[in-house]
Ligand binder design. Structure first.
Ligand SMILES: C[S@@+](CC[C@H](N)C(=O)[O-])C[C@H]1O[C@@H](n2cnc3c(N)ncnc32)[C@H](O)[C@@H]1O
Length: 184
């Protein structure tokens, strides 16, 4: 193969440990079409969130690449986000509506953004990225601290298929490997 027939190669950007589990190598393909990134599931979620916001400001914890926040902002809803990974957050601005999403890099267990919100939301089972119960309680405390009186905290979690839980078992591994990764 000579230089004329070679396709362009993306520069290899190493993952920054500060980005946690969602470094550049994950962010690069996170928005690949299909599954949760298909337009229909996102639009259905945005419909619900726009309705719950009731015309007020909203805050997404772990806003990621703006999969939900950008289309919500495109509808004119004022949207802020907190996100740990700079690599993920870097994708938001390029999306329709993304330029108006106000992102703060930080940890949703403790990072505060100014002002009060009608709605704080945390979707896509992302509470499970906080791996201690104390940390998960901190997420709820932090959400409450951002809400105006009467405001709402919406959280989306995956529920294990109950028929896969025989009596006495309360965990379903989603992956089993010799390296011990992926159990949950
Ligand atoms: C599965 S993605 C979901 C992103 C986005 N909410 C969505 O629905 O597409 C999980 C995101 O949570 C972020 N994250 C994980 N732990 C976090 C924390 N403690 N504080 C803020 N963001 C966090 C990750 O960097 C990643 O972008």
């Amino acid at each position: 193969m000579n230089n004329e027939t070679m396709s362009p190669v993306e520069p290899c950007v190493p993952d920054d440990p500060a980005d946690g589990w969602f470094g550049e190598s994950v962010a690069a393909t996170y928005d690949a079409p299909g599954g949760a990134n298909a337009p229909e599931p996102a639009a259905a979620a945005v419909d619900v969130l726009e309705d719950l916001a009731g015309g007020g400001r909203v805050l997404e914890f772990a806003v990621g690449t703006g999969r939900i926040a950008a289309p919500l902002a495109a509808r004119g809803v004022p949207v802020c986000g907190i996100e740990l990974s700079k690599a993920m957050a870097a994708r938001i601005e390029g999306k329709t509506g993304g330029a108006s999403v106000d992102v703060t890099i930080g940890d949703m267990t403790s990072t505060r953004v100014p002002g009060e919100f009608s709605l704080v939301y945390l979707v896509f089972n992302t509470i499970s990225n906080v791996t201690t119960q104390d940390g998960q309680v901190d997420v709820f405390v932090n959400a409450a601290a951002h809400l105006r009186p009467g405001g709402l905290f919406l959280i989306e979690v995956g529920l294990p298929d109950l028929r896969r839980l025989p009596p006495g078992q309360d965990i379903v591994p989603f992956a089993v490997s010799p390296a011990g990764e992926g159990a949950g």
